[in-house]
Design a protein around this ligand. Structure first.
Ligand code: KIV
Ligand code: ZN
Length: 498
């Protein structure tokens, strides 16, 4: 049987300490429910004594979720512990996470204390907490910079006092992976009662080593990891949950498992990013926009021949439907053909060769080629199944002329012609369309884009229209931007009236 690594999620405590990312109680409950569905073992729901909001959130999260243990943070202070216990009263399984700084910096400068006195305070806090809740976790703050011999003494004392989980935080993100691993190994070998507790990692990412340190901790015996969704947290953040869950899933030889339903990783990442208003960087491992996007021709060719050539994970395992092939000037014919196949456009070898030349020409001028560009390259517009088609368009405009347009449409099989005025040729044309359709559409967004340079360019129009409270997107492309605009409008309107 595989050994279990427990996932302790601190998105709602260490993660929520990020400036500007504060959530209200309703939002926290939504995240907590998502974490429960994701399969985390422990949710650190807040630091109850720090504010009435945190206190209330711990209460409401305790009521809202049933499977994970709910954990509340405290300092090694009786008042904090009492308040935390009160906040946890509705938790099916409650845990107090209490602790104190153990490094020389903390003992000397933060507490103006001595190593012996720190152990006394730690033991007292654990005993006090143990009388109020079923489970106590102890953190030795700045354990990363704490002398191993002294740390072992602290750990032994708090286990004897009743702590069953011992958190070894690399609070400042300073420790090197082999040092962090050696610290965990040292504790596993030198703490006489270590069989009565599990060691937990809590690594910060100040030097980009949080995940490496956490893995090193696991490999050396830690069986709980403290992590956050998207790696958010104080300063450069904490270890990301998704990275550890996928490392353990991909490296089966480690013989370790988490209870994470990995298919929920990306949806949970998006939820947290949206609610916390914190975008995920495009190249973030597992959950970044580009994490499964292949852009170089060599990679695309290999990937299309066999996915595993350039992918170590299946995107479906993290909740993404498929990898994307980004078409750029570096893409080859194989990638172009693959995309056309997906769009159900069959090209002969000669057609593909010709289109590939045009594609390279366009890709040199544009960064990324999207599906609309491809349609234009093969002259197929997506109008076939529209209920409204443009039959003709005539426009009058120029200096000192009132812009006017005459439009003929095929609308549900019948032809209609109308003329209208406007403040410009596009406005006049859309007014003529409106008088045929006789329904209220409000233009929300209207963007005209030239694909290449030069006056013979294709103009692309992206538009969104509002109809009965909903937004519909339309696209049109033509060398005549008035026609492109009418096409985009009809595209959106057809969708709205479908
Ligand atoms: O980084 C840290 O040391 C912490 C503790 C409060 C657990 O977040
Ligand atoms: Zn922390």
């Amino acid at each position: 049987m595989k050994d279990k690594v427990y996932i302790f999620d601190t998105t709602l405590r260490d993660g929520e300490q990020v400036p500007g990312c504060q959530l209200n109680t309703v939002e926290k409950i939504e995240v907590a429910r998502a974490l429960e569905a994701l399969g985390v073992d422990v949710i650190e729901a807040g630091f109850p004594v720090s504010s009435p909001g945190d206190f209330n959130s711990v209460i409401e999260i305790s009521k809202a979720v049933s499977n994970p243990t709910i954990c509340a943070l405290t300092r090694a202070v009786e008042k904090d512990i009492e308040v935390a216990a009160e906040a946890l009263k509705f938790a099916k399984k409650g845990r107090i996470h209490t602790g104190i700084g153990t490094s020389e910096f903390h003992i000397k400068y933060k507490f103006n204390s001595t190593p012996e006195e720190i152990i006394e305070r730690a033991v007292k806090a654990v005993k006090f907490a143990r009388n109020l809740v079923g489970e106590v976790e102890f953190y030795a703050e700045d354990a990363g910079r704490t002398d191993n011999k002294y740390l072992a003494k602290v750990v032994e004392a708090v286990i004897a006092a009743g702590a069953s989980v011992i958190n070894i935080p690399d609070t400042t993100g300073y420790t090197l992976p082999h040092e962090y691993g050696a610290k965990i190994k040292y504790l596993m070998e030198h703490v006489s009662n270590i069989d009565k507790a599990i060691l937990s990692t809590h690594c910060h990412n100040d030097l980009g080593m949080a995940t490496a340190n956490t893995m090193s901790g696991i490999i050396n015996g830690a069986r709980q990891v403290e992590v956050t969704i998207n790696g958010i947290g104080e300063r450069a953040g904490n270890t990301s949950l998704e990275e550890i869950a996928m490392i353990l899933k991909c490296h089966k030889k480690l013989g370790l498992d988490t209870g994470i339903n990995t298919k929920k990783i990306v949806p949970t990442s998006r939820l947290v990013s949206t609610l916390m208003r914190m975008p995920v960087q495009a190249n973030k491992a597992i959950v970044g926009r580009n994490a499964f996007a292949h852009s170089s021709g060599i990679h695309q060719d290999g990937f299309l021949k066999k996915r595993e050539t350039y992918e170590i994970m299946n995107p479906k395992d993290v909740g993404i439907s498929e990898s994307s092939i980004v078409l750029t000037a570096r893409s080859g014919r194989a990638a172009l053909k693959h995309r056309f196949d997906q769009l159900d456009i069959k090209l002969s070898k000669t057609e593909l060769d010709e289109t590939y030349e045009k594609f390279l020409d366009l890709a040199d001028k544009k960064k990324e080629i999207n599906d609309d560009d491809l349609m234009l390259l093969v002259n197929r517009e997506r109008v076939a199944d529209r209920s409204i088609k443009l039959i003709s368009l005539q426009v009058l405009c120029g200096k000192n002329v009132q812009p006017a347009a005459t439009v003929t449409l095929n609308y549900n099989g019948e032809e209609y012609t109308e003329a209208a005025l406007g403040n410009g040729p596009i406005d006049a044309s859309l007014n003529a369309v409106r008088s045929i359709i006789k329904q209220k559409f409000r233009l929300e967004d209207f963007v005209i884009q030239a694909i290449t340079r030069g006056s013979n360019d294709i103009g692309k129009v992206h538009m969104s229209v509002e109809y009965k409270g909903s937004l519909f997107y339309g696209f049109g492309a033509h060398t005549d931007i008035v026609q492109a605009s009418v096409d985009a409008f009809l595209d959106a309107v057809s969708k709205a009236l479908k």
